[in-house]
Design a protein. Sequence first.
Length: 355
Amino acid sequence: MNHGRLVSAGLTVLLGATVALTAGCGDRDAGTGAGGGKPLIGVDYPRSDTDFWNSYIRYVPQSAGELGIDLKTTNSQNDIANLISNAQTFMSQGVKGVVMAPQDTAAIAPTLAQLESRKIPVVTIDTRPDTGKVFMVVRADNRAYGTKACQFLGTRLGGRGKVVMLQGGLDSINGRDRTEAFSECMAKEFPGIKVFGEATDWKADVAASKLQTRFASDPDIRGVYMQSSFALSGTLQILKQRGLQVPPTDPKHVFVVSNDGIPEELKNIGDGLIDATVSQPADLYARYGLEYAKAAIEGKTYQPGPTDHGSTIIQVRDGLLEDQLPAPLVTLDGAPVAGQPTVKYDDPSLWGRQG
């Protein structure tokens, strides 16, 4: 697959060079059971039709157990109406905090306002609401995803040729960030490459159909940027049908770069079926989405700057903080691309290698 002033729940945004974590002044058992029991947090899973989100779904209860959190979970199945309904369910169940990943980042604003009015802090993971207040956004720099994909394809193609960009949903900040950054990078750094942008709304069948049509009209396509692994299976099938699954040394090779870092992508890189991916941290989304929701319930506060877990909190707009987790470019050999480091596909530090 944009950017209120957080004045409730004891959150104060302070500009500074480091991140600070302090206990709030209120009751330290606020939001927990009697005697300081486990906080009840509602987590809405955005979808369960991709390997990435299924991995996230597996990590959430694991992280909740480690953090001492009780869960209520729902699945909105990429439907904003379902997410709005699920938020109502959470409120009726008495949750003290909510973690969500709204795929339509504009339409969620009224729901965020309703949760705020009930003093239920919200953490969004993966996506950032276009308007409205949340305690923290937990995601990676999605503009960097597009730039890394551009630099990889532009370098491998020697600055010339045609590439297809299979866009995610443009109603999502992620789809817009990746699309804009990729297009801007190509125009600036590789003007000899023609980019065909194909809108897919994060749907695998739409991506496959549009890629097939594009190859039919432009058989000399030599690069594909998939903004998520939702398009992986269809892309590989089309390349195989057209006899284009050949080594990178073959002039017919189509360089493919994806975004997600799921186990299948890492295997595909090793097998020579795709060339690179950006490892989006499904494990860290689960961990820090819950950790920040628990911190909000406890009245803790944060400020911009580096964190103790290798990321950086930035202030996106007045009163809105975003913890930008690391998301490295993964390649076959781990060699730098355009002067920037990459991680080798079999590196054990990658979440996609950890089972």
